[in-house]
Every structure is written in structure tokens, then in C-alpha cells.
Design a protein around this ligand. Sequence first.
Ligand code: HEM
Ligand code: HEM
Length: 167
Amino acid sequence: MMTSSSSTYTRAQKVLHWSMALLIIFNLLLAEGIEALSDAAETGAAPAFNDVVMGNMHVAAGCAVLLLALVRLYLSLTRGVPTPPPHEPKAARIAAKVVHSAFYLLFIIMPATGLATYYAEIEGADYLHGEPLRLAMWSLIFLHLSAIAGHRLVWRTNIIGRMIGSR
Ligand code: HEM
Ligand code: HEM
């Protein structure tokens, strides 16, 4: 991914970051509806109204993540991402690149396995979606938040300032 000469993300990149973070947290924490809907489809039972609403919201939020990720990837590739804080070591730069790239991969394969489970009933997709990929997403979020604290505590970088504000 190319770097721009700016030290903060653009307004569009910030809006995309925070809206996708909310959609992903929503899907990770409130997945009972889609699970109940999926079970009902298997057994032929009528799903509860609440599960239909929450289940469809899961599908919509997940598809939005996929589409927004493509827009975000396009913006990162064409407009670039801010230059890394210059006073930080190269290892921190590489670690950030690895974690951010892994996020982008999950933004695509998490919805893709969800779609494969829900619409195509592809064998193994539900396991991938619900176990390894769910755990991978939580692990990356944990690493991401620890890194933000680390930037502040170790190198005194105001990293949050790069992802908030009006520019
Ligand atoms: C970033 C996007 C997404 C995230 C973070 C996410 C997260 C989750 C989580 C945490 C579960 C519960 C797994 C468990 O505890 O076993 C789940 C289940 C499920 N999700 Fe998603 N999901 C996303 C996108 C989608 C999409 C786009 C679809 C389908 C169109 C989908 C369909 C399903 C289905 C069918 C289940 C139930 C699987 C089962 O019970 O067998 N998901 N999802
Ligand atoms: C589900 C939750 C989240 C996901 C998936 C996520 C994902 C990402 C990704 C992929 C990037 C790289 C930016 C890019 O090139 O597009 C990024 C950057 C960033 N995120 Fe998050 N994020 C999440 C939550 C948060 C939270 C809760 C915070 C603040 C406490 C935060 C603060 C930041 C900051 C400050 C950056 C910029 C880092 C830099 O300057 O290199 N993120 N995030």
C-alpha cells in the first residue's frame, strides 16, 4: 500500500474506519439472531420475529463490511495511507502493516464464508465463519487496541489523532 505525504487519514478513510468498526463489533457481539435463523432453516421450524430482524441485520451489516472494505482498499491504494510515525522503529512499522493487512483479509473472507453458509450451504463454511475466523477477528482487535496503547506509552505518539478530527 502506498503512503501519502499526510500524517492523518482522510475524512473518508476515518468515516469508513469507524463505521466498519461498529458494524463488525455489532456482528461479533449480536449473532444469536442469525444462529437461530440458520437453525430454523435446518429444522424447518418457524423462526421468532426478533431472530428474523436480528438475523437479517447480521446479513446486512456483514455485506456492508464487504462492500465498504472494497471502497476502503481502493482509497488506500489510490490515495495512500499516512506515513508511519518517523520516530518509531522499523519493527513497529512492519507489525502495523501485518495486522492491518490481516484485517483487510478478514473484511473479505468473513463475509464471504457467511454468504457461503447462508446462501450456498457450502460444507465447512459455517465452521470457518464461526470458529477460526471469529477468533482471528477478536485477536486482531485485541492486538490493534494493545498497539494503540503501546504507541502512546512507549513512543508517546498520538496515534488516535491520525484517525479522528475533521480533515
Ligand atoms: C464482518 C462480517 C461478519 C462477522 C464479524 C460475523 C460474525 C459472526 C459470528 C460471531 C457468528 C456466530 C458464530 C458462533 O458463535 O458460532 C456468526 C454466525 C453466522 N453468520 Fe456471520 N459475520 C459476518 C458476516 C456475515 C454475512 C455477510 C453473512 C451472510 C450473508 C453471515 C452469516 C452468518 C450465519 C448464517 C451464521 C450462523 C452460522 C451457524 O450457526 O451455523 N455472516 N457470524
Ligand atoms: C472492529 C474494530 C476495528 C477494526 C476492524 C479496525 C481496523 C483498522 C484498520 C484495518 C486500520 C488500518 C487503516 C487502514 O489502512 O485502513 C486501522 C487503523 C487505526 N485504528 Fe482501527 N480498527 C478497529 C477499532 C479501533 C478502535 C476501537 C480504535 C481506537 C481506540 C482504533 C483506532 C485506530 C487508529 C488510531 C488507527 C490508525 C493507525 C495508524 O495511524 O496507522 N481502531 N484500524
